[in-house]
Design a protein around this ligand. Structure first.
Ligand code: NAD
Length: 479
């Protein structure tokens, strides 16, 4: 702690110990609302990463043999301790990454369900008996933990991703090395304190803070890492995919998106509009599953734009601790510039700003664009801000074709009363997730969450992580 300013300096958590970076280096973490200094964190080095992987590898030998009862108790204790530190976690989500309290509470509550669902997973790690052609032989598969799991998380939903992926990995008997986003290390460090207090054995969970671009490869490329689960941008995901392919390290990748929402002429707009707004404005549009493309049937297009603009004009942009605030600051200077560039490029090329379009401090107003064409960056590229394009379409078929015209394939949604079309869309949209008469933003602990194409590889969630983070072994007994 810096005595003069009360600014914290975070340490790594390796092998159950709190340690500085190998070379004593630190980096600054800024509060995105006003770019003030939030904290310092240890700037991890290659050596730090090696020590963390080594601690996780050593812990594997005994952690894999812990019983379901032990792991279940530890995880349930983690949930209990999280509840006791709710204010601290929520304050951290507000001040470290600029979450409005509404989003911070949503994330906190979702995080609790992730931990509790993982506790339930401890008893589900099952193989099966298999008939054998060899007389007198009992044949079976048993499911074993993979070993060391590398968890790499993004800035935008650090608690949801940390609770889900770390808890599922531990529930299945793996040990973990976690590289949190350099923009959200404190949240993960609080979580590590909770893990330690819950009595989870030293070395089972390790955190190295630092810059992914400097030390990420030392984690994902380490030969003692048995599985990588990465959530973040498509460009970093692609790089990690190449490293994992070279080392034959299995992985799941949860990447960017450009999720479409189709609104057909028969949709119930009274019910749809609040959900539609939630799809893009939550956390200032910094959600991978946010809907940044709306395809609306022409008979209701004008009405839809009118209603959406009215909502956009009223979305809360006040104090982050005001429960009505929705719009968050954009996380960094670089990202703010990207959002500004996308809007400016669209306008310069002839798009109409139906709502918003300006920045207020570090926050972007809820922004609706019409008249967007393919030559505009915003049409096909992820913006990661509260910016969405609304396109008129002449038929359901055209909407489906345009919704599929993307390299991404994360979430999707359709609003209609026509059940045949709704299911046709669900079956034919090239996306990992589809919500009928619901927003693209939706996640639960036990669902198969993930995307296709440039949006990722594999799925996460309790069942999916059990498949991904364990391996089957065939065992026979000659009776
Ligand atoms: P990012 O890719 O910049 O960073 C994500 C993480 O990767 C950070 O922890 C960073 O330190 C680390 N990293 C950077 N270089 C690395 C390397 N070479 N090796 C290993 N790790 C490295 O992403 P971000 O800005 O934090 O998050 C926003 C992006 O994440 C958006 O594209 C969003 O769509 C995506 N996202 C996807 C999901 C999903 O479930 N599909 C969820 C949340 C966010």
């Amino acid at each position: 702690m810096d005595a003069k300013t009360d600014i914290k300096t975070l340490q790594h958590f390796i092998g159950g110990n709190w340690v500085d970076a190998d070379d004593g280096g630190t980096f600054e973490v800024l509060n995105p609302l006003d770019d003030s200094l939030y904290c310092y964190a240890a700037k991890g080095t290659r050596n730090d990463m090696r020590k963390a992987v080594s601690a996780a590898k050593s812990a594997c030998a005994t952690f894999r043999d812990t019983t379901p009862t032990q792991r279940e108790r530890w995880l349930l204790r983690v949930a209990e301790l999280m509840e006791g530190r709710q204010k601290e976690l929520v304050d951290c989500l507000i001040d470290e990454i600029g979450s409005p309290v509404q989003k911070a509470m949503f994330e906190f509550n979702k995080g609790l369900t992730m931990i509790r669902a993982a506790a339930g997973l401890c008893r589900q790690v099952r193989g099966e008996t298999i008939p054998s052609d060899r007389p007198g032989t009992m044949s079976m598969s048993i499911r074993e933990p993979l070993g060391v799991v590398a968890v790499i998380t993004p800035f935008n939903v650090p608690l949801i991703k940390t609770t889900r992926l770390v808890a599922n990995a531990l529930a299945l008997g793996n040990t973990v090395v976690h590289l949190p986003s350099e923009m959200a290390p404190h949240l993960t460090i609080i979580f590590a304190e909770i893990i330690a207090e819950a009595g989870i054995p030293a070395g089972a969970y390790n955190v190295v803070t630092g810059l992914g671009v400097e030390i990420g490869d030392d984690l994902t490329g380490h030969t003692d890492v048995d599985f990588v689960t990465f959530t973040g941008s498509t460009v970093v995901g692609q790089h990690i995919n190449e490293i994992c392919a070279k080392n034959k390290t299995p992985s799941t990748l949860e990447l960017g998106g450009k999720s479409p929402t189709v609104v057909l002429a028969d949709a119930d707009l009274d019910k749809a509009m609040p959900l539609v707004a939630r799809s893009i404005f939550m956390f200032g549009g910094q959600a991978c599953i946010g809907s940044s493309r709306f395809y609306v049937e022409r008979p209701i297009f004008d009405e839809f734009v009118k209603r959406f603009s009215a909502i956009a004009g009223k979305v809360g942009m006040g104090d982050l601790r005001d429960p009505d605030t929705v719009i968050a600051p954009i996380i960094s200077d670089r990202q703010r510039q990207r959002v500004k560039d996308h809007i400016a490029d669209a306008v310069a090329n002839g798009a109409t700003v139906a709502a918003g379009g300006e920045f207020e401090g570090n926050r972007c107003q809820p922004t609706l664009l019409t008249g967007v064409t393919e030559k505009m960056t915003v049409c096909k590229t992820e913006t990661f801000g509260p910016v969405t394009a609304i396109y008129p379409v002449d038929s359901y078929e055209e909407a489906l074709e345009k919704a599929n015209d993307t390299v991404y394939g994360l979430s999707s949604a359709i609003f209609t009363k026509n059940i045949d079309r709704a299911f046709h869309f669900a079956r034919n949209i090239d996306a990992g997730m589809c919500h009928i008469n619901g927003p693209t933003i939706h996640d639960e602990a036990h669902v198969p969450f993930g995307g296709n194409g440039e949006s990722g590889v594999g799925r996460e969630g309790t069942d999916a992580d059990m498949e991904a983070m364990t391996e089957l072994k065939w065992v026979t007994v000659q009776l």
